[in-house]
Design a protein around this ligand. Structure first.
Ligand code: NDP
Ligand code: GDR
Length: 348
């Protein structure tokens, strides 16, 4: 494999939470980093540029095969990380077809772009210096699980159109590896969070909610199912795992998580206690936030990643939540007027 210091990466979904952490990590390792960005004037690009100056941008959309071929042709990457998706699970019931197109078929289109640009066919397999492909698979594929913790061999039973689309993306990645000999891998990542997490996801909704209530900007926080359990880790740790998967000698899939699990109730209790509040005085249960089909319990078995990649998470649940609450208190305190608040409180 080439010297990692001279490698070039193309990241779809670079304007999202994971895209920003992965871009930082790869730049730190000496990579040249390109981001695929959709739209004429994507408002998220200025936020990305503000934090990470050295990323180069090329346009394209996971819905448009030609644009992906052009992007791969232009960038000539050594590695492609497909992080782009409709990633918010409730949205996938509201826009099930679009979710299938972006989150599912977008994977096929990205693999096809690599295959076409590399001239790969059943009779012409890739050479040693082929483009390596990472697919952002998800613990949502496990869905209704019958065994815990979950590892690479646990069967899938997705519970949302998002989970179904991710399962297609996972299998088509495996299929391109088996059909064409491509270096194509999936990281089955469990929930990972950070101060950059979108405000619609439960961790950030809770840390922003606790900070707002603490600062007198709100009185209550409305939530759905408090009993769901997740394996929550820190997004910065998970970006390291993505690169490691592409740096192996052979292409394999890996489960990435902390191996611990907490309920939404635990999350709320801890976040509110961090700012000296009793959550029971502020949290209101609201049916609008419950889902047609829930994933009750997720907990990773990251043994393979630990043993083969040497990967370990560095940030635990309490440090993660504290980091997010402190960041939100700072952001809200720095906002001069309510309309300057960093994110809208209600994404539903
Ligand atoms: P985000 O929702 O923060 O980011 C999603 C990204 O996808 C954005 O950059 C968005 O760009 C881009 N995107 C959306 N639609 C398209 C499209 N049609 N064409 C190109 N790009 C598009 O997600 P995360 O960063 O949290 O997650 C990254 C990936 O990892 C996703 O695929 C997610 O499903 C998966 N994943 C995430 C986990 C987590 O806990 N965070 C766990 C397991 C998997 P735009 O600026 O244009 O909106
Ligand atoms: P998830 O994350 O669906 O696991 O998908 P999310 O934070 O949205 O939900 C986690 C759990 O919290 C419960 N919940 C609520 N969730 C939200 N968003 N808002 C609420 O008010 C609320 N109340 C309770 C949910 O029911 C659920 O059980 C995330 C995404 O990043 C996916 O893209 C990724 O693949 C998976 O993590 C792994």
């Amino acid at each position: 494999m080439e010297d990692p210091l001279s490698r070039r990466a193309l990241i779809t979904g670079i304007t999202g939470q994971d895209g920003s952490y992965l871009a930082e990590h790869l730049l730190d390792r000496g990579y040249e980093v390109w981001g695929l960005v959709r739209g004429q004037a994507n408002p998220h690009v200025s936020r990305l540029r503000k934090h990470i100056g050295d990323v180069q941008i090329t346009t394209g959309d996971l819905l448009d095969q030609g644009s992906l071929i052009s992007a791969v042709e232009r960038v000539q990457p050594d590695e492609v990380y497909n992080l782009g998706a409709i990633s918010y699970v409730p949205m996938s019931w509201q826009q099930a077809e679009l979710t299938a197109e972006v989150t599912g078929m977008g994977v096929l289109r990205t693999l096809e772009a690599i295959r076409v640009v590399s001239g790969i066919s059943p009779s012409r397999t890739p050479g040693r210096e082929q483009i390596r492909f990472y697919q952002a698979s998800s613990s949502e594929m496990f869905g209704m699980v019958r065994e815990t913790p979950q590892n690479e061999k646990t069967p899938f039973h997705p519970r949302s159109p998002y989970g179904v689309a991710k399962t297609y993306g996972h299998y088509i990645t495996q299929n391109y590896r088996e059909s064409y000999g491509m270096f194509a891998v999936s990281g089955i990542l469990f929930n990972h969070e950070s101060p950059r997490r979108g405000a619609e996801f439960v961790t950030r909704k809770v840390t922003l909610g606790a900070a707002r209530i603490k600062l007198g900007l709100a009185a209550e926080l409305r939530l759905g199912n408090l009993e769901a359990r997740r394996d929550w880790g820190f997004a910065g740790d998970y970006a390291r795992a993505m690169r490691l998967m592409l740096a192996q000698d052979s292409p394999e899939d890996y489960v990435i998580g902390t191996g611990t699990t907490q309920s939404v109730r635990d999350l709320v209790e801890f976040a509110f206690a961090t700012v000296g509040l009793d959550w029971r005085e502020h949290v209101v249960l609201d049916d609008r936030y419950t889902r047609p089909a829930e994933v009750d319990l997720l907990c990773a078995d990251p043994k393979k990643a630990r043993e083969q990649l040497g990967w370990e998470p560095e940030v635990g649940f309490e440090r993660l939540v504290t980091m997010m609450v402190e960041s939100d208190l700072r952001l809200l305190s720095e906002s001069a007027r309510p309309e300057d608040e960093p994110f809208s409180p209600d994404h539903w």
